[in-house]
Design a protein around this ligand. Structure first.
Ligand code: GLY
Length: 404
């Protein structure tokens, strides 16, 4: 194992952070929990040291996931997942304070520079948020601010005023053109709003904030069922703004609850509460929690099947990426709705993901941290493989956990 980190250094770093933030006396953050975070950081640093070496040897490409043969698939900067690898490097920097990760994060963040001008899909919030925004937050790199504002400007070109939403996908090509949609909005799109809120804070231009709020409000109105689960895709009429249909793209069925969709929903509304203090957003995040954690098909270990209604449960693949996103969201939710269950559930998920059932041995798994995620079963893509975003949200969860 590469020991550029050792547990003692990491525990003392985490503890010094807690002292600085006045939380050192917090009884709920036990030594056992500190050890768990420290152990995960050592493990992640070892894996990502190997992953960076391989990426460097491949011309500085961005690792995305592994294929059926277990080989790492590298993705291009225009892919929606491109920000997660640099984002994980930023989290390693935050968790370790080791400058090595800062320079690697800067190097791989720079690969996404052109994305600030990308306007043909909505995912720029993921891409630039995980890379440039984290660099601004964790390392104070001021040159990143204009990139964030320009990206928000590009994303805003997808705002459809009559419907009050940001259009997720174009419908003029690819598989999306075969679905008969006019203005498809997917629940994942909630995740892009963070960049808009931040762009308003950086530029003092409230346009971005207003677009984000409009999108969150319309999604609240139209994406959720009575049981607080959400649809994946809602298609809007571009002329009169009404809902044309509610469907799925990556879930089991139109009326099913795709696990990662529920994860984006709980994360998205928690994050929107951070910027707006709108109690309706907080309530929705809590409602989604109730849906997920009272569901009869949620396994005991809290790692969901890829869809809560998948046909062959319990013989269906789990989706670790959904679990990572949910854990990270719950640590934040706990800071606004301080019910112990949110933190305890997040802790249980992190604990489970740290076991050999889900966390890969160093040197295996294409050097990704976590195993057993699902990209899209309907597209027969990335089934039961590591995904870079499962790792990213796991590292974010560890960082948030160590701030408690
Ligand atoms: N945003 C795409 C996905 O969650 O698969």
């Amino acid at each position: 194992m590469n020991m550029c980190f050792n547990k003692k250094t990491i525990i003392s770093f985490i503890l010094s952070g807690l002292v600085l933030s006045g939380l050192s006396g917090c009884a709920s953050f036990s030594n056992e929990q500190e050890e768990l975070v420290a152990d995960n950081v050592v493990n992640a640093a070892s894996q990502y040291t190997l992953m960076v070496k391989a990426a460097d040897e491949n011309g500085g490409k961005l690792p995305g996931y592994t294929n059926a043969k277990g080989e790492v698939v590298y993705i291009n900067p225009a892919d929606w997942r491109s920000g997660f690898f640099p984002g994980s490097l930023w989290y390693l920097y935050k968790l370790s304070n080791d400058e090595k990760w800062k320079s690697l994060a800067e190097k791989y963040t720079g690969k996404l520079e052109e994305i600030q001008y990308l306007t043909n899909h909505h995912d720029v919030g993921f891409m630039i948020g995980c890379s440039y925004l984290n660099g601004l937050r964790f390392a104070g790199i001021k040159e990143y601010a204009p990139v964030i504002v320009q990206t928000a400007k590009s994303l805003s070109t997808r705002f459809r005023p009559n419907a009050g939403v940001i259009q997720s996908w174009d419908v003029i090509g690819g598989w999306q053109s075969k679905r008969g949609w006019e203005c498809p909005v997917i629940i994942d799109n909630m995740m892009n709003l963070e960049l808009l809120f931040e762009a308003t804070a950086l530029s003092c231009d409230s346009t971005y904030y207003n677009i984000a709020v409009s999108h969150a409000d319309r999604t609240l109105e139209n994406h959720f069922r009575n049981d607080n689960s959400c649809y994946h895709v809602v298609d809007y009429d571009l002329e009169n703004g009404t809902v044309r249909s509610r469907q799925t793209a990556q879930g089991y069925a139109d009326e099913s609850a795709w696990a990662r969709g529920q994860a984006w929903a709980i994360y998205g509304y928690t994050m929107c509460y951070r910027y707006t203090h709108n109690p309706e957003y907080l309530k929705q995040a809590c409602n989604v929690y109730e849906f997920i954690f009272t569901h009869k098909n949620l396994p005991q270990d809290l790692i969901p099947y890829w869809d809560f209604d998948a046909l062959n449960i319990p013989k269906e693949p789990r989706d670790v990426s959904a679990a990572s996103v949910i854990a990270s969201a719950l640590y934040e939710l706990y800071t606004y709705a301080p019910e112990q269950k949110y933190k305890e559930t997040a802790d249980r998920i992190v604990q489970t993901l740290s076991t050999p059932a889900y966390r890969a041995e160093v040197g295996t798994n294409g050097n990704f941290i976590l195993m057993h995620s699902v990209g899209s079963i309907p597209h027969n893509a990335e089934i039961d493989v590591p995904l870079n975003y499962a790792d990213y949200y796991f590292l974010e969860a560890l960082a948030r956990k160590s701030e408690k």
